[in-house]
Design a protein around this ligand. Structure first.
Ligand code: AMP
Ligand code: ZN
Length: 491
């Protein structure tokens, strides 16, 4: 791609937009904090991966060779991000009376299914935390002398041993507001467990021997270890949801400073330079006022619920792309419906381009500026909502060579991931789980109604319409998108 519009990204560490300057020329190495696989992800969690995927796709579009790592947390994450509560995985396994390994396997598969449904590209590595326990122990041993202390409950990281602890969170470290300090003997409230010993008389399903006794690694340790092992320090970009800016990532940064001090044989490295990644990026939250996002509520907002209600998963991807990743996004069924309609429109406009061979280059004077504007939009801290409006313009452009238009739509869709040239319009019409009527019966009633109208038998036509409505079918006469009917979503 051109150098005319350099890629600029928002760095949470400096709270500023910064040009992307790769550590290794021509490459982009990205690490994304992945799910804790104790339950299904909710759609808010999936926003984090749509964001990371959009970032990865943009880096590829800009010509960088991307190496993306997403981890799977199958050990160590407590019900509270500070050192309080129980291990999420152990708790779920006990509740469901199942092996923790089976729980992890089941929910990892479920997460991967959502990843595929949202057209999120496969990263170069899915790193599974439990595969890295020996490296975690080795890492902890390297930094233990200078940076850690032992308590009966485990090995703790002393946050006063690194410069500028908590800079990412912009919080006062020691008296940090709202920080609970449930562990007796901790030197500072913000100190965190690197290794948690299994309490005497108890056993965990997942535990390993270590120099500090049998137990399990702390959650923060795993991301430092896996990112360093797979990408090398420093790498380019670390991503996660905005909640990680407060505890998890400051703790990863502290560990990264410590290990780099160990590698370089001098301590106390500068936080900004030795955080481990050049850029720390965070997506804002998806918020939901219906109260269904909590995993503890019975029917919670997971992708499958959207599908059961007849919304194609890519409508949710569209909904995410319509907002900036740094803005809160409010979920509502109406917004999702609007996103579905927009996707439908785009698919219809792109349909004639499907069988057209793409041109090698986009040169037409009407199209070239649109490519430049698209590139400027995504290069401006991933402004996908503007990019989508440019795509709308491309699709509406007339009297241009179809081959070039096809090439342009293909290029843009490679960044947005909406499957515009492969998804069938019919595939968007998912059948809501609660629907009582078969599609063939709807088509038959619609045909009967058409015949009645042609015969000017309006009483019969109205009766058929009422019958369809009573079965949950919305009759869409004169729909500009050419849809004759749709099944009510029942949302
Ligand atoms: P977890 O499985 O809890 O570790 O979370 C997985 C990812 O989802 C993390 O990057 C979180 O920061 C992110 N996340 C959690 N809740 C939301 C939300 N409501 N909206 C967007 N991202 C979220
Ligand atoms: Zn992490």
């Amino acid at each position: 791609m051109t150098d005319a519009t350099p890629l600029t990204l928002f760095n949470s560490l400096t709270r500023q937009l910064e040009p992307f300057e790769p550590v290794h020329p021509g490459e982009a190495r990205v690490y994304s904090c992945g799910p804790t696989v104790y339950n299904y992800p909710h759609i808010g969690n999936m926003r984090a991966y749509v964001f990371a995927d959009t970032l990865g796709r943009t880096l590829s579009f800009k010509g960088y060779k991307l190496t993306h790592v997403i981890n799977i947390t199958d050990v160590g994450h407590l019900t509270d991000d500070a050192d309080a509560g129980e291990d999420k995985m152990e708790k779920m396994a006990a509740q469901q009376a199942q092996s923790i390994w089976d729980i992890a396997k089941h929910y990892t598969q479920a997460y991967w299914a959502d990843v595929a449904a949202l057209n999120i590209r496969q990263p170069a590595h899915w790193s599974i935390a439990t595969d890295y326990v020996p490296q975690m122990i080795a890492f902890a041993q390297s930094i233990a002398d200078k940076h850690c202390y032992e308590l009966p409950s485990g090995l703790y990281f002393d946050t006063s041993t690194v410069a500028d602890y908590g800079r990412l969170a912009r919080a006062a470290t020691d008296e940090g507001e709202g920080r609970i300090d449930p562990v007796e003997g901790k030197r500072h409230a913000a100190d965190f467990a690197i290794w948690r010993k299994t309490p005497p008389g108890e056993s965990r399903q997942m535990e390993w021997d270590s120099p500090w006794g049998r137990g399990a690694p702390g959650w923060h340790l795993e991301c430092s270890v896996m990112s360093r092992a797979l990408l090398g320090l420093p790498f380019d970009i670390h991503t996660g949801g905005i909640d990680h800016r407060e505890i998890h990532h400051p703790n990863e940064i502290a560990q990264n400073q410590a290990i780099q001090g160990y590698d370089a044989e001098h301590g106390h490295l500068d936080c900004a330079v030795h955080s481990g990644a050049r850029l720390w990026m965070h997506n804002n939250f998806l918020i939901d006022r219906t109260g269904k996002m909590s995993k503890s509520s019975g029917e919670f907002l997971r992708l499958q619920l959207l599908i059961d209600r007849g919304y194609h998963p890519l409508a949710y991807r569209m909904m995410c792309l319509q907002a900036h990743y740094r803005s809160e996004l409010e979920f509502s069924w109406e917004n999702l419906g609007a996103a579905l309609t927009r996707l439908k429109r785009m698919l219809m406009s792109a349909a004639p381009l499907r069988d057209v061979a793409p041109a090698d280059a986009v040169r037409h004077p009407k199209l070239q500026p649109l490519l430049a504007r698209f590139e400027a939009a995504v290069s401006d801290d991933l402004n996908t909502s503007v990019a989508l409006t440019v795509l709308d313009e491309v699709l509406a452009t007339k009297k241009v060579p179809a081959e070039e238009k096809r090439a342009l739509v293909e290029t843009m869709d490679a960044v947005l991931g909406l499957a515009l040239l492969t998804l069938d319009r019919e595939a968007l019409r998912l059948r809501p789980k609660g629907a009582a009527i078969e599609e063939s019966a709807i088509e038959a009633l619609m045909a009967e109604r058409k015949a009645a109208r042609a015969a000017k038998d309006f009483a019969a036509s109205d009766a058929l319409r009422d019958k369809l409505i009573a079965s949950g079918v919305e009759v869409m006469d004169g729909d500009p998108l050419g849809w004759e009917w749709k099944l009510d979503h029942g949302a």
